[in-house]
Design a protein around this ligand. Structure first.
Ligand code: ZN
Length: 395
């Protein structure tokens, strides 16, 4: 019987986890893993904290602490919430681990040896005072559309426009306040246009049983035509690019984060980890709809290039979003029910939350959480079911 490797999206260790994450990813993944184990299937369920990327460095700078301090704090908080909510991972790992560093560097070197990357030199913004390249988020300026003076190099949070740093008026470095200059830098790119022709078109078209919402997004990316995409970045927080003369460069977070599923497997099953990633094992990724391109296009492309009998995702149940009291859940506006706060304010009410979030699971369209509905579903629906089952007699 084929084994099943189940993954749940790695939460970003830059803040706590909220009910939208739970409803869309962790609860459905946990329930599927429980179902498979009950059926007696050989099942592995892995997850962990995603601890690299620019927002973590920005938060560290703002708070005057190190990026490691930030991820240590939120990794512990997130792990505790999952434990209390009885999410039964075989392992909850983290991408700052030594295992993960080695696994992702090996993966990069393996693809490098196979000639999978293109080395491309391009002009990137550079801070002449801090003497380092600037990620888009590190550049602020006036939004060209709404004149908001605090727009970022990738987005204006006031009007929602997607931007590139050269569109900003009066661009400034968030590190030193200096005006950034353009400077040449070399990075390693995956030629996704070629991989689309050789593999991705056929792979996506063969997925007859994926959700239409997932296939729709994938086909829209493919119809637009994929372009080469940088798999390394000029940044000092992350996994160093393991080649000579690559100081100050790290692996792109969306290159190494999915490899975190493999690293977690190594730590959970040191003796037979490979059998969970090769052969006829089924790979199932539970994610939110904002991660579809990374799990259905980029990670499968990486696994395909890796070869060596590695598997590619068999099913990617990506869920829609959960809204809260009529509004989109927003971390920046602090509009969310945070799991750690729920667990503090309503102790021993984990099963009630699991029940309600299952009954409003955002599987095919966005759904809505309200406290009134939470109360009604527990007091009438859940109590009704328990009475029908006469569970009460057993207490
Ligand atoms: Zn704007």
């Amino acid at each position: 019987m084929a084994k099943t490797t189940i993954t749940a999206a790695l939460p970003y260790a830059n803040g706590p986890v909220h009910i939208g994450h739970l409803a869309g990813v962790y609860l459905p993944a946990d329930t599927y893993a429980r179902y498979m184990r009950l059926k007696g299937e050989e099942t592995l369920f892995v997850c962990g904290s995603d601890e690299h990327g620019v927002p973590i460095t920005l938060r560290a700078k703002k708070e005057g602490i190190t990026p490691q301090d930030v991820v240590d704090r939120y990794h512990a908080l997130i792990q505790e919430s999952f434990e209390k909510l009885d999410i039964n991972f075989d392992i909850y790992s983290r991408t700052s681990s030594e295992t993960h560093k080695q696994t992702s560097q090996d993966f990069f070197l393996n693809l490098l040896k196979k000639g999978a990357f293109k080395e491309i030199t391009s002009e990137q913004f550079f801070d002449p005072e801090a003497q380092q390249f600037l990620a888009d988020r590190y550049i602020t300026g006036d939004c060209p559309k709404c004149q908001n003076p605090g727009a970022y190099g990738d987005q204006c949070e006031k009007c929602g426009s997607t931007l590139s740093p050269n569109e900003l008026v009066n661009p400034k470095s968030a590190l030193s306040g200096a005006t950034p200059i353009l400077k040449d830098t070399k990075n390693w790119y995956l030629p996704l246009d070629e991989i689309q022709e050789n593999f991705l078109n056929n792979y996506i078209n063969a997925q007859k049983d994926w959700r239409s919402t997932v296939l729709g997004q994938c086909k829209s990316w493919l119809n637009d035509g994929l372009k080469e995409r940088a798999m390394t970045r000029d940044l000092n927080w992350g996994i160093p690019v393991p080649v000579e003369n690559a100081e100050g460069k790290v692996l792109y977070v969306w290159f190494e984060a999915p490899i975190g599923y493999i690293s977690a497997t190594k730590d959970a099953r040191p003796n037979d980890w490979e059998s969970w990633w090769t052969g006829d094992t089924n790979l199932v990724h539970f994610i939110g709809k904002d991660n579809i391109v990374f799990h259905c296009i980029i990670f499968p492309a990486m696994l395909h290039l890796r070869g060596d009998n590695y598997i590619v995702p068999k099913q990617v149940p990506a869920n829609e979003f959960l809204n809260l009291e009529g509004q989109k859940i927003s971390t920046s506006r602090n509009w969310a029910v945070w799991l750690n706060e729920y667990l503090e304010d309503l102790p021993n009410r984990q099963d009630e939350l699991r029940f309600v979030l299952h009954s409003i699971a955002p599987e095919t369209k966005d759904s809505e959480f309200t406290w009134k509905d939470y109360q009604t579903r527990i007091n009438s629906e859940l109590v009704g079911i328990l009475e029908t089952l006469q569970i009460g007699f057993w207490y």
